[in-house]
Design a protein around this ligand. Structure first.
Ligand code: 4AD
Ligand code: MG
Length: 429
């Protein structure tokens, strides 16, 4: 019976056929251990010369890495194996013999691996990371569905920018100028007024000249937007969402976390509510630690890490100065120089995973901001309409998928958290 490695557990004792690839092998005179992978998982196949015959055994001994196979064998429970099972192989049919597969079990440098990303994805660690990414996406849809959100898809090609004009990707749109979306937010605000609670999940683009372990040029964002929800209420949704996602990965990615040697005790302590620290307090905290930073300045990676290191769970930094945040954020009614916003900083040095805020709902103030930020009323007229016709208090946020994957999976660099990363100076493969 044809099955997959992921499902062999339900065929214990029976004979199965698995379409797979040879990831690695170890042989002695009489026995061969094949590390097989089929994309759903990894399993060891044990081949005994006396059982399979001399001729077949010789062929198996000569098998090359990443050759594609149909392997027939009976499923045996095995406590030592991470999945709990191994295959007692009775037949190997070779589909294709791979020659000189470039990624061998020895260590390779990151540039070499990035050049071979299309092949690197097959390796155990990358496989585990992508499965965790998939689980975060699955849990995201489940969470927002349960909370009464509907998914709305904002455009990728846009005529306006949400997060400032400095790192826009420019393209021609027939005779007009267009930009690749930096954030779907402005459109999601329109959607929230039309559908109440909405979320988007899509690629976003930033021509940032940053070459750090936290920056991608193309990354995926989850952007919820909620009508009649204020800043404080939005923080509760955010912490519940993040807690839920971490719990889902713990529940459903046990093998993957193990393959990555992730310290799961750290993840188990992630429970809402998360601490809130005001920007003012964060500045005072950093100054006390000896950092040279003053009120009005934005945080860099070392600052974020210093704040994160004093907490077990993610921490919200709230109420930043209006001057260092986006034009659409609502000023604190008691203190106009700060805005009702928060960044969520992940533990263990993974940096900011969420940026969010309550949005300006007052039409006059919004028009003022347009003038201050020199935003063209032509391109943004539709956005002003949202304030003109039945404006309401509303809030939203954006969670960066790759940084979240990096944190939960315990992966140093975001380049390993997306199948085909777009980095400064890398558009291949
Ligand atoms: O803080 P950002 O810029 O917020 C927004 O774009 C808002 N419009 C979102 C909203 O309110 N709807 O980006 C949100 C998140 C960051 O916290 C970070 O996790 C991620 O997106 N992010 C990046 N991830 C990888 N590479 C980059 N270059 C990123 N820039 C932002
Ligand atoms: Mg941000």
């Amino acid at each position: 019976m044809k099955t997959t490695i992921e499902k062999v557990g339900s065929h214990a004792g029976a004979e199965v056929i698995i379409g797979c690839w040879l990831a690695n092998k170890r042989t002695s005179g009489k026995i061969a251990f094949l590390q097989l992978r089929d994309g759903t998982g990894f399993i060891q196949g044990v081949v005994v010369k006396n059982e399979i015959g001399e001729e077949a055994f010789r062929e198996i001994k000569n098998l090359t890495q990443e050759s594609s196979l149909y392997v027939t064998g009976s499923v045996k429970e095995d406590e030592r194996s991470p999945s709990g099972f191994e295959l007692q192989v009775s037949n190997v049919e070779i589909i294709h013999k791979a020659v000189d597969y470039p990624i061998t079990p020895k260590e390779h440098g990151p540039e070499f691996l990035m050049d071979h990303r299309h092949l690197w994805l097959r390796s155990k660690k990358q496989h585990a990371i992508m499965r965790i990414r998939n689980e975060i996406i699955r849990a995201t849809y489940e969470f927002f569905d349960k909370e009464g959100f509907i998914k709305v898809d904002p455009p990728i090609l846009t005529g306006s920018s949400a997060e400032g004009t400095t790192n826009l990707f420019h393209t021609k749109y027939f005779d007009e100028d267009a930009f690749l979306s930096q954030s779907g937010q402005l459109y999601m605000e329109a959607a929230a007024i039309a559908f109440n609670k909405v979320f988007s999940f899509g690629p976003t683009f930033r021509a940032e000249k940053s070459k750090t372990r936290r920056h991608l040029i193309e990354f995926w964002m989850i952007e919820p937007e909620m009508a009649f929800v204020d800043h404080e209420e939005s923080l509760v949704i955010q912490e519940n969402y993040v807690t839920d996602v971490v719990q889902s990965v713990l529940d459903r990615c046990r093998l993957e976390l193990k393959a990555l040697d992730r310290d799961t005790e750290k993840l188990k302590s992630i429970k809402a509510p998360f601490p809130r620290m005001s920007y003012d307090d964060a500045i005072a905290f950093l100054q006390k630690k000896g950092y040279d930073i003053s009120w009005g300045e934005d945080f860099g990676a070392p600052h974020e890490t210093a704040i994160a290191d004093s907490h077990e769970t993610p921490v919200f930094i709230t109420n930043y100065p209006a001057d260092i945040k986006a034009f659409y954020m609502k000023p604190d009614p008691e203190r106009a120089e700060v805005v009702l916003c928060a960044d969520l900083i992940a533990p263990e040095g993974y940096g900011e995973i969420i940026g969010g805020s309550q949005r300006i709902d007052d039409p006059e103030l919004m028009e003022e901001r347009f003038k201050e930020h020199q935003l063209s009323e032509d391109a943004y007229q539709w956005y002003l309409d949202l304030r003109k016709y039945g404006t309401v208090p509303h809030s939203g946020f954006g969670l960066g998928l790759e940084r979240t994957v990096a944190w939960i999976a315990g992966v140093e660099h975001v380049r390993e958290t997306i199948p085909f990363p777009r980095l400064l100076n890398r558009l291949y493969p």
